[in-house]
Design a protein around this ligand. Structure first.
Ligand SMILES: [Zn+2]
Length: 244
Protein backbone atom coordinates (compact mmCIF):
# COMPACT_ATOMS: atom_id res chain seq x y z
CA UNK A 1 0.00 0.00 0.00
CA UNK A 2 1.38 3.38 -0.98
CA UNK A 3 1.47 5.76 1.97
CA UNK A 4 -1.48 8.10 2.17
CA UNK A 5 0.92 11.05 2.24
CA UNK A 6 2.16 10.28 -1.27
CA UNK A 7 -1.36 9.90 -2.66
CA UNK A 8 -2.57 13.05 -0.92
CA UNK A 9 0.39 14.98 -2.29
CA UNK A 10 -0.15 13.58 -5.79
CA UNK A 11 -3.80 14.64 -5.69
CA UNK A 12 -2.71 18.13 -4.65
CA UNK A 13 -0.08 18.41 -7.37
CA UNK A 14 -2.24 16.78 -10.06
CA UNK A 15 -5.77 17.81 -9.13
CA UNK A 16 -8.77 16.30 -10.89
CA UNK A 17 -11.70 18.51 -11.73
CA UNK A 18 -14.58 16.12 -11.19
CA UNK A 19 -18.21 16.95 -11.79
CA UNK A 20 -21.53 15.19 -11.36
CA UNK A 21 -23.21 13.83 -14.49
CA UNK A 22 -26.99 13.83 -14.58
CA UNK A 23 -28.42 11.39 -17.11
CA UNK A 24 -31.98 11.46 -18.40
CA UNK A 25 -33.87 8.83 -20.35
CA UNK A 26 -33.93 10.93 -23.51
CA UNK A 27 -30.34 12.11 -23.58
CA UNK A 28 -27.83 11.50 -26.32
CA UNK A 29 -25.21 9.72 -24.23
CA UNK A 30 -23.90 6.25 -24.94
CA UNK A 31 -22.28 3.99 -22.35
CA UNK A 32 -18.94 2.36 -23.22
CA UNK A 33 -17.79 -0.64 -21.17
CA UNK A 34 -14.10 -1.44 -21.40
CA UNK A 35 -13.16 -5.04 -20.64
CA UNK A 36 -15.47 -5.89 -17.76
CA UNK A 37 -14.47 -9.50 -18.30
CA UNK A 38 -13.62 -12.27 -15.84
CA UNK A 39 -9.98 -12.29 -16.97
CA UNK A 40 -9.48 -8.82 -15.50
CA UNK A 41 -12.12 -8.62 -12.77
CA UNK A 42 -12.92 -12.03 -11.28
CA UNK A 43 -10.68 -13.35 -8.50
CA UNK A 44 -8.46 -16.17 -9.73
CA UNK A 45 -9.71 -16.08 -13.34
CA UNK A 46 -6.33 -16.14 -15.06
CA UNK A 47 -2.95 -14.41 -15.29
CA UNK A 48 -4.36 -10.87 -15.34
CA UNK A 49 -7.16 -11.36 -12.82
CA UNK A 50 -7.01 -10.16 -9.21
CA UNK A 51 -5.59 -12.82 -6.88
CA UNK A 52 -7.64 -11.62 -3.91
CA UNK A 53 -10.84 -9.56 -3.71
CA UNK A 54 -10.13 -5.95 -4.70
CA UNK A 55 -12.33 -3.08 -3.52
CA UNK A 56 -11.68 -0.76 -6.49
CA UNK A 57 -12.56 -3.50 -8.97
CA UNK A 58 -15.64 -4.59 -7.01
CA UNK A 59 -16.95 -1.01 -6.89
CA UNK A 60 -16.33 -0.61 -10.63
CA UNK A 61 -18.42 -3.71 -11.38
CA UNK A 62 -21.18 -2.61 -9.00
CA UNK A 63 -21.39 0.92 -10.44
CA UNK A 64 -21.24 -0.35 -14.02
CA UNK A 65 -24.13 -2.73 -13.32
CA UNK A 66 -26.15 0.20 -11.95
CA UNK A 67 -25.48 2.30 -15.06
CA UNK A 68 -26.14 -0.62 -17.40
CA UNK A 69 -29.53 -1.21 -15.79
CA UNK A 70 -30.53 2.42 -16.38
CA UNK A 71 -29.35 2.35 -20.00
CA UNK A 72 -31.15 -0.93 -20.71
CA UNK A 73 -34.36 0.12 -18.96
CA UNK A 74 -34.43 3.20 -21.18
CA UNK A 75 -33.18 1.46 -24.34
CA UNK A 76 -30.14 3.72 -24.51
CA UNK A 77 -27.08 2.46 -26.41
CA UNK A 78 -24.30 0.48 -24.75
CA UNK A 79 -21.04 -0.54 -26.43
CA UNK A 80 -19.11 -3.28 -24.62
CA UNK A 81 -15.51 -4.17 -25.42
CA UNK A 82 -14.41 -7.67 -24.47
CA UNK A 83 -10.68 -8.41 -24.52
CA UNK A 84 -10.37 -11.55 -26.63
CA UNK A 85 -7.16 -13.07 -28.00
CA UNK A 86 -6.16 -15.91 -30.29
CA UNK A 87 -3.99 -18.29 -28.20
CA UNK A 88 -1.17 -18.11 -30.78
CA UNK A 89 -0.96 -14.32 -30.84
CA UNK A 90 0.72 -12.90 -27.73
CA UNK A 91 0.13 -9.37 -26.44
CA UNK A 92 3.45 -8.27 -24.94
CA UNK A 93 4.31 -7.14 -22.34
CA UNK A 94 1.35 -8.98 -20.83
CA UNK A 95 1.19 -12.69 -20.02
CA UNK A 96 -1.34 -14.84 -21.92
CA UNK A 97 -4.90 -13.79 -21.06
CA UNK A 98 -8.52 -13.69 -22.24
CA UNK A 99 -8.37 -16.34 -24.96
CA UNK A 100 -11.35 -16.10 -27.29
CA UNK A 101 -14.33 -18.15 -26.21
CA UNK A 102 -13.07 -18.84 -22.69
CA UNK A 103 -14.49 -17.81 -19.32
CA UNK A 104 -11.78 -15.11 -19.08
CA UNK A 105 -13.09 -13.33 -22.17
CA UNK A 106 -16.72 -13.30 -20.98
CA UNK A 107 -18.52 -10.47 -19.18
CA UNK A 108 -18.45 -10.73 -15.38
CA UNK A 109 -21.45 -12.53 -13.84
CA UNK A 110 -23.03 -9.21 -12.76
CA UNK A 111 -23.15 -8.09 -16.41
CA UNK A 112 -23.68 -11.37 -18.31
CA UNK A 113 -27.33 -10.45 -18.88
CA UNK A 114 -26.20 -7.68 -21.25
CA UNK A 115 -25.43 -10.32 -23.90
CA UNK A 116 -29.12 -10.67 -24.68
CA UNK A 117 -30.12 -7.00 -24.55
CA UNK A 118 -31.06 -5.43 -27.89
CA UNK A 119 -29.49 -2.04 -27.08
CA UNK A 120 -26.05 -3.58 -26.45
CA UNK A 121 -23.30 -3.82 -29.08
CA UNK A 122 -20.54 -6.25 -28.12
CA UNK A 123 -17.12 -5.92 -29.71
CA UNK A 124 -14.39 -8.49 -29.20
CA UNK A 125 -11.01 -6.78 -29.36
CA UNK A 126 -7.53 -8.27 -29.57
CA UNK A 127 -5.55 -5.14 -28.70
CA UNK A 128 -5.32 -2.60 -25.90
CA UNK A 129 -6.95 0.33 -27.67
CA UNK A 130 -10.63 -0.35 -28.31
CA UNK A 131 -10.83 2.30 -31.02
CA UNK A 132 -8.18 0.44 -33.03
CA UNK A 133 -9.84 -2.81 -32.05
CA UNK A 134 -13.02 -1.56 -33.72
CA UNK A 135 -11.38 -1.34 -37.15
CA UNK A 136 -12.73 -3.73 -39.76
CA UNK A 137 -10.70 -5.06 -42.69
CA UNK A 138 -12.59 -2.77 -45.07
CA UNK A 139 -11.44 0.28 -43.08
CA UNK A 140 -14.75 0.97 -41.37
CA UNK A 141 -14.86 1.39 -37.61
CA UNK A 142 -17.60 -0.31 -35.59
CA UNK A 143 -17.33 2.15 -32.71
CA UNK A 144 -17.46 5.21 -35.01
CA UNK A 145 -20.50 3.75 -36.79
CA UNK A 146 -22.20 3.16 -33.44
CA UNK A 147 -21.64 6.81 -32.45
CA UNK A 148 -23.03 8.04 -35.76
CA UNK A 149 -25.97 5.63 -35.95
CA UNK A 150 -27.11 6.62 -32.46
CA UNK A 151 -26.30 10.31 -33.02
CA UNK A 152 -24.36 10.39 -29.76
CA UNK A 153 -23.15 13.72 -28.44
CA UNK A 154 -21.31 12.14 -25.53
CA UNK A 155 -19.98 8.80 -24.42
CA UNK A 156 -19.59 7.75 -20.80
CA UNK A 157 -16.62 5.44 -20.40
CA UNK A 158 -16.14 2.92 -17.60
CA UNK A 159 -13.97 -0.14 -17.11
CA UNK A 160 -10.53 -1.55 -16.60
CA UNK A 161 -7.64 -0.71 -16.60
CA UNK A 162 -7.93 3.03 -16.05
CA UNK A 163 -4.34 3.58 -17.20
CA UNK A 164 -4.25 1.02 -20.03
CA UNK A 165 -7.32 0.09 -22.08
CA UNK A 166 -9.50 2.92 -20.73
CA UNK A 167 -6.89 5.66 -21.22
CA UNK A 168 -5.83 4.45 -24.68
CA UNK A 169 -9.42 4.22 -25.88
CA UNK A 170 -10.31 7.64 -24.45
CA UNK A 171 -7.23 9.22 -26.03
CA UNK A 172 -7.99 7.71 -29.44
CA UNK A 173 -11.66 8.67 -29.24
CA UNK A 174 -10.66 12.27 -28.45
CA UNK A 175 -8.24 12.37 -31.38
CA UNK A 176 -10.90 10.89 -33.67
CA UNK A 177 -13.43 13.44 -32.42
CA UNK A 178 -11.00 16.29 -33.05
CA UNK A 179 -10.38 14.93 -36.52
CA UNK A 180 -14.10 15.08 -37.23
CA UNK A 181 -14.71 11.38 -37.70
CA UNK A 182 -17.04 10.92 -34.73
CA UNK A 183 -19.55 13.64 -35.53
CA UNK A 184 -21.79 14.59 -33.66
CA UNK A 185 -19.75 13.49 -30.64
CA UNK A 186 -18.76 16.36 -28.34
CA UNK A 187 -17.77 14.86 -25.01
CA UNK A 188 -15.81 11.85 -23.86
CA UNK A 189 -16.63 11.42 -20.19
CA UNK A 190 -14.78 9.12 -17.80
CA UNK A 191 -16.54 8.00 -14.64
CA UNK A 192 -13.82 7.63 -12.01
CA UNK A 193 -15.92 5.51 -9.65
CA UNK A 194 -16.60 2.94 -12.36
CA UNK A 195 -13.01 2.59 -13.50
CA UNK A 196 -10.32 0.48 -11.87
CA UNK A 197 -6.84 -0.80 -12.42
CA UNK A 198 -4.75 -3.65 -11.04
CA UNK A 199 -2.49 -3.55 -8.01
CA UNK A 200 1.17 -4.59 -8.03
CA UNK A 201 2.91 -2.81 -5.14
CA UNK A 202 6.61 -2.01 -5.38
CA UNK A 203 7.66 -4.50 -2.67
CA UNK A 204 5.92 -7.31 -4.56
CA UNK A 205 7.18 -6.25 -8.00
CA UNK A 206 10.74 -6.26 -6.67
CA UNK A 207 10.47 -9.96 -5.93
CA UNK A 208 9.35 -10.78 -9.47
CA UNK A 209 11.43 -11.13 -12.62
CA UNK A 210 10.72 -8.51 -15.30
CA UNK A 211 7.84 -6.93 -13.34
CA UNK A 212 7.45 -3.23 -12.78
CA UNK A 213 5.58 -1.71 -9.88
CA UNK A 214 1.98 -0.68 -10.45
CA UNK A 215 0.47 0.75 -7.27
CA UNK A 216 -3.26 0.79 -7.89
CA UNK A 217 -4.39 4.07 -6.33
CA UNK A 218 -1.51 6.07 -7.81
CA UNK A 219 -1.88 4.67 -11.33
CA UNK A 220 -5.67 5.08 -11.26
CA UNK A 221 -5.33 8.74 -10.29
CA UNK A 222 -2.55 9.49 -12.78
CA UNK A 223 -4.58 7.90 -15.59
CA UNK A 224 -7.65 9.99 -14.77
CA UNK A 225 -5.44 13.07 -14.69
CA UNK A 226 -3.96 12.20 -18.08
CA UNK A 227 -7.42 11.58 -19.55
CA UNK A 228 -8.48 14.98 -18.27
CA UNK A 229 -5.35 16.51 -19.76
CA UNK A 230 -6.22 15.05 -23.16
CA UNK A 231 -9.61 16.69 -23.02
CA UNK A 232 -11.88 14.12 -21.40
CA UNK A 233 -14.37 15.16 -18.74
CA UNK A 234 -14.01 13.25 -15.50
CA UNK A 235 -17.04 12.74 -13.27
CA UNK A 236 -17.11 11.38 -9.73
CA UNK A 237 -20.86 10.82 -9.60
CA UNK A 238 -23.57 9.80 -12.04
CA UNK A 239 -27.21 10.36 -11.15
CA UNK A 240 -30.43 9.82 -13.07
CA UNK A 241 -33.38 12.15 -13.45
CA UNK A 242 -36.56 10.73 -11.99
CA UNK A 243 -38.65 8.74 -14.42
CA UNK A 244 -42.10 10.17 -15.20
ZN1 LIG B 1 -5.53 -8.20 -23.98
Amino acid sequence: MVSSTIIDQLKMELPLKQETLVLSADNSTGLVLVDLVNGFCTVGAGNMAPKVPNKQIEEMVEETARLARFFCDNKLPIFAFLDSHHPDVPEPPYPPHCFAGTHESKLVPELEWLESESNVTIRLKDCIDGFLGSMEENGSNVFANWVKTNRLESVLVVGICTDICVLDFVSSALSARNRGILTPLKDVIVYSGACATYDLPLHVAETMKDAIAHPQDLMHHIALYMAQGRGAKVVSEVTFTTQL
